[in-house]
Design a binder for this molecule. Structure first.
Ligand SMILES: NC(=O)c1ccc[n+]([C@@H]2O[C@H](COP(=O)([O-])OP(=O)(O)OC[C@H]3O[C@@H](n4cnc5c(N)ncnc54)[C@H](O)[C@@H]3O)[C@@H](O)[C@H]2O)c1
Length: 342
């Protein structure tokens, strides 16, 4: 019988709405205890899982039976919880964007530093389309990915107040396009070496700009062009959750000139009238099973903390150099000496 890990859940908002089915389905974790300062949210999911509610985050960290914590709080309330998890020896599953700024992301990387496992969930996590694309590019059958292009259009987030506050979240790129920055980096199969970022406001009156884009160059000559806008008042189906019209324009081109798109359940590549097609294969188990498998094998997590830190490091360099191409140094902070204190 495989061990089933009791988990604690911190943050029972909209992201847990997406994830609660996977958690319940997983045969390797079971929810023991949930905390949210909005107590009725924790109570709602405690009932769903047959779990208990906790009176504080500390009640979860101080519970010796709990070995893994899910930190599903907004980015601006993540760092202290991650540090507390490390102090109390709990493994961590958290979610993008890792932090609202590089200083907090770096503090988390320095604190974790191999002491516990930490995974950061993204759109890429357990994404069968992305894994199929990765296999195709690595097989060499149509060449490697040379150009990644993705445009996302939706209404700005309405189900919370923090997502449009640059100090708490960072704007549309950090909030959402960071998913595709992470996918593009994964598919490029080479380190990002430079980026150029643009941030403008066209139609909304938010604390953040409504339109952002980035070009990322990779060491192997590939580039990604990523564009997001919240300028259009696209349809909102339910303002209390992330339930809105979503326009996604997504394609790739390989260094052999193949145009690659997703077509229903297939990856499709075309070149000069030829067409190739591959079914999108499934990814077995839930992300929670894969987290436990990596933990028990002592293997790297599929999308670990340092990988998520790199997205924040790119965003930081980009936002400090709007409109200019800036070279990137993505040496993880755990490989660098800590800063001197004066
Ligand atoms: N909602 C989505 O569609 C979605 C998708 C992918 C990733 N995410 C990411 O998930 C994270 C959470 O987003 P969300 O949409 O669930 O936000 P949300 O505002 O709906 O929920 C966040 C919850 O965290 C709780 N919280 C705040 N401080 C806390 C603390 N100290 N301890 C415990 N709980 C606390 C809040 O009360 C709230 O219930 C963000 O990083 C977001 O980018 C969200």
């Amino acid at each position: 019988m495989s061990k089933v890990y009791p988990i604690g859940i911190l943050g029972c908002g909209d992201y847990l709405r997406w994830e609660h089915g996977n958690i319940k389905k997983s045969r390797r974790v079971h929810a023991k205890s949930l905390f949210d300062p909005a107590a009725q949210r924790a109570a709602h999911y405690a009932e769903f899982f047959g779990a208990q509610t906790a009176d504080s985050a500390d009640a979860i960290f101080d519970d010796d039976e709990i070995e893994i914590v899910l930190i599903f709080t907004p980015p601006w309330v993540r760092k202290d919880l991650v540090l507390r998890a490390v102090e109390t020896g709990k493994h961590i599953i958290t979610v993008k964007p890792l932090a609202p700024n590089l200083a907090e992301a770096t503090a988390m990387v320095r604190a974790v530093n191999g002491k516990v496992d930490c995974a950061v969930f993204y759109r890429r996590t357990g994404n069968a389309q992305v894994e199929t694309l990765k296999r195709i590019f690595e097989s060499g059958e149509i060449g490697r990915m040379a150009l990644y292009r993705e445009d996302w259009l939706h209404h700005y987030p309405t189900w919370n107040k923090w997502a449009t506050d640059p100090a708490k979240n960072g704007g549309p790129f950090m909030d959402a396009m960071v998913h595709n920055l992470n996918i593009a980096r994964y598919l490029a199969g080479a380190e990002a070496s430079a980026c150029a970022f643009f941030s403008d406001n066209h139609a909304q009156h938010l604390q953040c700009n409504d339109t952002e884009s980035m070009k990322v160059d990779f060491e192997n000559g590939a580039s990604a062009l990523l564009f997001i806008t919240w300028a259009a008042d696209l349809e909102i189906y339910d303002a209390t959750k992330n339930d809105r019209e979503h326009i996604d324009i997504w394609y790739m081109i390989t260094d052999q000139g193949w145009y690659v798109t997703l077509d229903g359940g297939n990856v499709k590549a075309s070149k000069d009238g030829q067409v190739k097609s591959w079914p999108v294969g499934g990814v077995p188990g839930t992300p929670y099973e894969r987290f436990v498998a990596a933990l028990e094998a002592g293997a790297p997590q599929p999308c670990g903390l340092v990988d998520a830190w790199k997205d924040i490091a790119i965003m930081d360099a980009a936002a400090r150099n709007v409109g200019r191409t800036v070279p990137l140094d993505l040496t993880p902070p755990s490989d660098k000496p800590p800063p001197a204190h004066h």
